[in-house]
Design a protein around this ligand. Structure first.
Ligand code: ATP
Ligand code: MG
Length: 431
């Protein structure tokens, strides 16, 4: 899909332009004044020569929202910040729509020595969002979500809206936020897992993009307490078949970002490429890590140090680790080889970290009950879920990509908070 070119010119009458935006920068050279006006499409230079406008100019502050009437001319002076290189505007009138007070953080990044720390930036996120680099991240994230939806819509997947308030844990863990639900206890969903399964055993191919909440107390650069997941769940296919969708959609998304977000990648100074794909079994991966003298806990998920190392070994690659031990995977993952204790569960790594997990699911009530017990969970608490598989449920598989995690991995961001517009973490609930 072609992105429509955003334009500055809102009204043209005999070469006249009418512009609305933010006062990005002001330069006062006594006889002539310069104003850089910014809107979502970029920055244009405006020149004030008319003495009658000098008083109005002196009232302007950085980030004030203004409207400008003027004549568009061929640009002469080209400052590096200006993105509209062809035209500049000779101003005939200025209206102040909303005068900005003293700013808590700067939007211009002229002085590279002044960097605001992330916490202060997040406290003032709506100002922070006006920075070209920050804006670029969210325009790219929009392209990621748009491409994801487009890819699956083209293949007749049904987009569903699972509930976000649930009665019991979907992953079996304890990391849940409790909420009062009238006279009962309920929780914020930590995953749409069980509901997308219930949908897939009726609708065959489903997808969703939903928020999830995890009450993990740790504060890491890769974890949020509220994040978004891009998921699919498909009936009549196994773990290896559902991985084909993962490969293809990731490559489709990255291809679209490269094609449709050239400007944004430029602003971020990022060169990205469509990742290659490498399949490894859990055993192969463990052996490979042991060979380079890294310790691996038997039957446990690989940790962040392992993930980083693997991505160094296979750069620009989507690494898929399949055939995980059942012990390392949640209760709903299909036991592919019961004797060997191998499951149909997998993880996918990109850019130094896990970006996705998934697997073939259990579609039989008796096996589910057995697995729940083995994991120390009470099947009574999962009655509705278990019962759904008693009335004709096909085998099915699915996965989940963390939206912020994927954005972070793709763009090589240092902190996941850069990829979340209004992050919720251990210390932050506002703005
Ligand atoms: P990790 O081991 O990296 O903490 P996980 O295995 O607990 O993640 P999953 O339950 O597999 O997470 O969730 C699916 C995907 O959602 C992950 O692969 C990741 O991309 C993303 N994700 C999981 N937890 C978080 C979180 N706390 N913050 C941001 N993204 C997350
Ligand atoms: Mg995982």
């Amino acid at each position: 899909m072609k992105k429509e070119k955003r334009t500055y010119i809102k009204d043209i009458k005999k070469g006249q332009v009418f512009l609305q935006g933010w006062t990005h920068d002001l330069r006062d050279l006594a006889k002539i004044k310069f104003l850089l006006l910014r809107d979502i499409s970029g920055i244009i230079q405006c020149i004030i020569k008319d003495k009658k406008l000098f008083k109005k100019f002196s009232e302007l502050t950085i980030e004030s929202v203004i409207s400008i009437t003027g004549k568009a001319k061929k640009a002469i002076v080209k400052s590096p910040e200006v993105t509209q290189k062809e035209l500049e505007v000779e101003v005939t009138n200025i209206e102040i729509i909303n005068k900005a007070e003293q700013l808590p953080i700067l939007v211009t990044e002229k002085d590279k020595t002044i960097t605001t720390d992330i916490s202060k930036r997040l406290d003032n996120r709506s100002i922070d969002l006006r920075k070209p680099k920050v804006k670029a991240i969210f325009i790219i994230q929009n392209e990621i979500m748009r491409s994801f939806r487009e890819f699956f819509a083209k293949q007749d997947f049904i987009e569903i809206q699972p509930p976000c308030i649930i009665a019991s844990a979907s992953e079996g863990g304890t990391e849940l936020f409790a909420v009062k639900y009238f006279e009962r206890d309920a929780y914020l969903a930590q995953s749409p897992q069980l509901y997308k399964q219930l949908a897939a055993i009726a609708l065959e191919k489903v997808t969703c993009i939903v928020p999830v909440w995890r009450a993990e107390k740790h504060n890491t650069p890769r974890h949020l307490n509220e994040s978004r997941q891009m998921d699919i769940e498909v009936a009549f296919i196994d773990d290896i078949q559902v991985l084909k969708y993962l490969e293809s959609v990731i490559q489709y998304i990255v291809k679209n970002v490269i094609e449709n977000c050239k400007e944004e990648l430029n602003v971020l100074n990022k060169k990205i490429m469509v990742p290659k794909v490498k399949y490894l079994s859990y055993d192969e991966t463990a052996k490979m890590l042991k060979k380079i003298h890294m310790s691996v806990q038997e039957n446990e998920e690989f940790d962040s140090v392992h993930e980083k190392k693997l991505c160094e070994l296979f750069p620009d690659t989507l690494i898929i680790i399949h055939s995980y031990p059942s012990k390392a995977k949640p209760f709903y993952i299909w036991p592919k080889d019961q004797k060997k204790g191998i499951s149909g569960g997998f993880d996918a790594l990109l850019g130094g970290m896990e970006i996705s997990s998934g697997g073939q699911r259990i579609h039989k009530a008796d096996i589910l009950i057995k697995n729940l017990r083995e994991k120390g969970l009470n099947p009574e608490h999962f009655k509705h879920y278990i019962n759904a598989f008693r009335y004709g449920a096909p085998f099915h598989s699915g996965w989940s990509i963390g939206l912020e995690r994927f954005t972070m991995a793709l763009l090589g961001l240092e902190n996941i908070r850069e990829a979340c517009m209004f992050p919720r973490d251990r210390d932050r609930l506002t703005p």
